[in-house]
Design a binder for this molecule. Structure first.
Ligand code: ADP
Ligand code: MG
Length: 585
């Protein structure tokens, strides 16, 4: 019957095989389901086979034993059919949900380990669609396909066997049109695979556009972007609609065509079976059973013609997921372990270009920092300050040159060990949709005591506003902290950094959102925080810069000057100009 593997290229088979490994641990339930499908097929074929004894025995010959047993047989068959149908559906769903869960977990864990550069270049809408939509597609389509293959396949085999038994000449004639159907199916399913893949991509586009409009709604409102977003969404939405319709028209067209071909067979057999010489040898029971088998073939055949479509849809989704799973994760780092760094940091001829950008962002930068020093990085916006510091925890790796921590290349340390050395207050503060306390004591800090959290919040001058909240430290902050002001968010981030016992502190414009008064207060806290730690600070306030042991002036990704405040002013170079500009003296 329709050769479902004929049109699937080798890659498709590999993907299916890989998918099966997810189902493998659940083979027992899988077996239950397969048995259910077999039982279902057996019940259906038996029911058709009963037609002959039913007609010839009961109505023509009036055999009393057949008349007595027939009702019970029919009840028994339908009981078998019902139980089998349940086992097959439930078992398949059970395995399917396990596979969905496993795929989701694997994807999610993979997301957590993908490098920063990957996220720079992907839309979160697409990544989320993979996790929600694609995983469902995989399990649904492949388990539907598998169910159809076994259940309908067995039914078709059983019915054809029955027909051969009833009248082999008629049967062979009907089978002759098989290749015609198979050819059609092959053509149709190729088309399907292409369209399915595009539908999935276009679903990601719809999510992506919607997500941007939703998260960016303030900008959309204020800059009158509704029309632009609407047009943008319309394009994605319309593309999605068209693709779906194309899919439906192909499917509906193919089903109708296949059925019309089958109708020819039905017409032919009626013509043949009613010819005078055949009518003499054929009992009414045989004829009815044969016709019954023929008609019963239509539905499973129809199901089998859409089998490939289902399979291809699942494979397209799986391919999508496996491609993503194939994205290289962050490197593990070396095997050098590090409990607590002293804080010697050396940049040696470091150059760097973002994978997404073409022009180098940092050029041949060399710099030495001693433990306990505070180093301020200054320079115009876009000069590479944030980039330089993001190389330290290996958010990105240097293009050339190297960075040493305590004398060893940072790539030699285990990644987790390396990252434990840094506390970071970022330019973009990330808060999780949880309570204030859980945001301060995030991740590895989860188990610190309430007292410590409160002390950190106190030092960051966050307790001042936290106390004013009705639920105090347990107040939820909303998604990414939307319920807090910029300054409040920054203070929480500082508290989080205060709580982490890391020897190296990176502050990237950590106080930019604070007003002068609270900044002065937080400066105290930061000053305390910096004690005994190596601090790298991208500062925009004079006071921090003046106090620094070393000021590094960046311009266009190059280190143009370095020294202390007075030295640099006296040199009357780049820093002096920047200082004039920013602090207007
Ligand atoms: P600064 O912090 O000094 O304002 P950045 O380090 O953020 O500057 O940026 C330096 C340069 O790198 C800029 O030209 C910016 O466009 C580019 N850049 C920053 N982040 C990325 C990124 N994720 N991908 C590609 N280019 C980036
Ligand atoms: Mg920056």
């Amino acid at each position: 019957m329709p050769a479902m593997s004929a049109s699937a290229p080798e890659a498709g088979k590999d993907i299916y095989r890989r998918l099966l490994t997810y189902a493998k641990p659940h083979w027992r339930m899988f077996l239950v389901s397969l048995l259910g499908m077999a039982g279902f097929a057996a019940a259906d074929v038996s029911f058709v086979a009963l037609m002959r004894p039913l007609l010839d025995g009961s109505f023509v010959e009036r055999d009393p034993t057949i008349i007595a047993t027939m009702p019970w047989l029919i009840l028994g068959l339908f009981l078998l059919r019902g139980v089998s149908a349940f086992a097959s559906a439930y078992g398949m769903a059970w395995v399917g949900r396990q596979v969905i869960k496993a795929l989701r977990a694997e994807l999610f864990n993979h997301y957590l380990r993908l490098p920063v550069a990957f996220f720079d270049q992907s839309s979160s809408g697409n990544l989320i669609a993979k996790l929600t939509y694609h995983t469902e597609q995989v399990a649904e389509s492949t388990s539907n396909a598998l169910t159809s293959l076994v259940k309908d396949g067995l039914t078709v085999i059983g019915l054809i066997g029955l027909m051969l038994y009833l009248d082999w000449r008629l049967t062979l004639f009907i089978l002759a049109i098989g290749p015609l159907i198979a050819g059609l199916v092959t053509y149709v399913s190729r088309r399907f695979r292409r369209i399915s893949g595009r539908i999935q991509d276009s679903m990601g586009d719809v999510t992506h556009v919607a997500e941007e409009a939703i998260t960016g709604q303030r900008v959309v409102k204020l800059y009158d972007g509704a029309e632009y977003e609407k047009a943008h969404f319309e394009t994605a939405n319309e593309a999605n609609r068209r693709l779906h319709l194309k899919l439906v028209s192909t499917r509906a067209g193919s089903t109708a065509t296949v059925q019309f071909i089958a109708a020819w067979a039905v017409a032919a057999i009626i013509y043949f079976a009613t010819s005078p010489q055949v009518l003499e040898t054929m009992t009414p029971g045989t004829f009815v059973a044969f016709m019954g088998a023929m008609l019963s073939l239509l539905q499973p055949l129809k199901n089998l013609t859409t089998l490939n479509e289902k399979l291809q849809r699942g494979i397209a989704a799986a391919q999508n997921i496996f491609e993503l799973l194939g994205e290289p994760q962050e490197p593990e780092g070396g095997d050098r372990s590090l409990v607590r760094a002293e804080g010697h940091i050396r940049f040696e001829a470091v150059s760097f270009a973002y994978p997404a950008g073409d022009a180098p962002v940092l050029h041949n930068l060399s710099l030495a920092i001693e433990p306990g020093q505070t180093v301020a990085f200054v320079g115009r916006s876009g000069s590479g300050k944030t980039t330089l510091l993001s190389l330290l925890p290996r958010f990105y790796d240097v293009g050339s040159g190297r960075i040493l921590l305590d004398g060893a290349d940072i790539r030699d340390y285990r990644l987790a060990d390396l990252r434990r050395q840094f506390a970071l207050v970022d330019q973009n503060i990330t808060l999780f949709n949880d309570s204030i306390a859980r945001n301060i004591a995030y991740g590895a800090l989860e188990h610190v005591s309430r007292d410590e959290i409160e002390r950190a919040a106190e030092s960051a001058h966050a307790m001042e506003f936290i106390r004013g909240l009705s639920r105090g430290l347990d107040t939820p902050v909303g998604q990414n902290g939307v319920l807090l002001s910029g300054g409040q968010r920054q203070r929480l981030a500082i508290a989080r950094a205060l709580l982490k016992p890391a020897p190296i502190l990176i502050l990237d414009e950590a106080t930019s959102a604070l007003d002068t008064e609270s900044e002065r207060a937080v400066q105290d806290a930061l000053a305390r925080l910096m004690q005994g730690r190596t601090t790298l600070v991208i500062a925009h306030r004079l006071s921090t810069i003046q106090r620094a042991d070393q000021i590094v002036v960046l311009d266009g990704g190059r280190m143009v000057e370095t020294g202390r405040h007075e030295e640099l002013l006296a040199r009357d170079g780049f820093y002096a100009k920047l200082y004039q500009m920013q602090f207007g003296e």
